[in-house]
Write a protein that binds this ligand. Structure first.
Ligand SMILES: [Zn+2]
Length: 265
């Protein structure tokens, strides 16, 4: 069989074209895959951080939102033994915004509502490890029975806790008018900022509930992040005002907490 190319022969012309195409694929394809590989590397990797959501720490009596001090201490010991790095809100924001590299095993510890036990029980356990936390306080509950007082909130703030808004009265936000939602969100933030002289530009939704109006208010007031109770890790792919959290349920076995902490959904 001869490979001499003859222009007049359609079969050999087809062969030549096929050969040319093959060469083109061989030469161009690696260049393209190199280029796309470079693009993939240049693009920052998605960040994913487990955000634990606690409420009260105390005698639980079967309440899923009240965690016994022993279990809480055991969870913090677990974080220490497995070299976790609990973050401040500022660190959380810089890692999520790709402004600083993530420390090993980052985690954000959040406490909702503002229970007195956060200062009386959780704080000493966290201080033993040197861990910061974030408090989302409903300002209307401050100094009512079972809840934090302003001196206690100032104590938490001085100990490195971030304090931000969880509304005034802990309402179901979607049931409120736009005006009422604004008041709940902005008045609580303003009060915290006035009392602590620090920005409180993140938010946690009471009952994890919000609607389009809520998001619009938060966006307009330039809140940086807001936390839902949608289950799973917070990631840089999620909308900033709809970040997921792991609600710690005192009725679940310890192993399940470990699973939620260590396995991204
Ligand atoms: Zn709450």
């Amino acid at each position: 069989m001869s490979f001499r190319l003859q222009k007049s022969n359609p079969r050999t012309a087809r062969f030549a074209r096929a050969l040319a195409c093959l060469l083109l694929v061989c030469l161009v394809a690696p260049a393209q895959s190199l280029a796309s590989g470079a693009t993939a590397e240049a693009k920052p990797h998605g960040i994913a951080i487990p955000v634990l959501n606690y409420h009260s720490i105390g005698a639980e009596h079967g309440n899923p939102y009240v965690l016994s001090p022993d279990t809480f201490a055991r969870q913090m010991d677990y974080l220490a033994a497995h070299h976790y790095t609990p973050l401040t809100l500022a660190q959380f924001a810089s890692v999520m915004g790709h402004e600083q590299p993530s420390p090993p095993h980052p985690v954000l510890l959040t406490f909702d509502d503002g229970y007195a036990s956060n200062a009386e029980v959780a704080l000493p356990i966290l201080q033993k490890h040197g861990y910061p936390a974030t408090l989302y306080v409903s300002t209307g509950l401050i100094s009512t029975p079972g809840y934090l007082t302003w001196p206690q909130i100032k104590q938490l703030s001085a100990a490195g806790w971030d304090v931000a808004s969880h509304t005034v009265t802990h309402p179901h936000l979607p049931k409120l008018s736009k005006k009422e939602q604004r008041e709940e969100i902005l008045a609580s933030r303003a009060l915290i900022e006035r009392n602590l002289a620090k920005p409180a530009d993140t938010f946690a939704y009471p009952f994890g509930e919000y609607n389009r109006t809520t998001l619009r208010i938060l966006r307009k007031a330039k809140f940086r992040y807001a936390f839902t109770t949608l289950d799973g890790w917070a990631t840089s792919e999620q909308p900033r005002l709809q970040l997921h959290r792991i609600v710690v349920d005192s009725q679940k076995p310890f192993e399940e907490w470990v699973e939620q902490l260590t396995q991204r959904e």
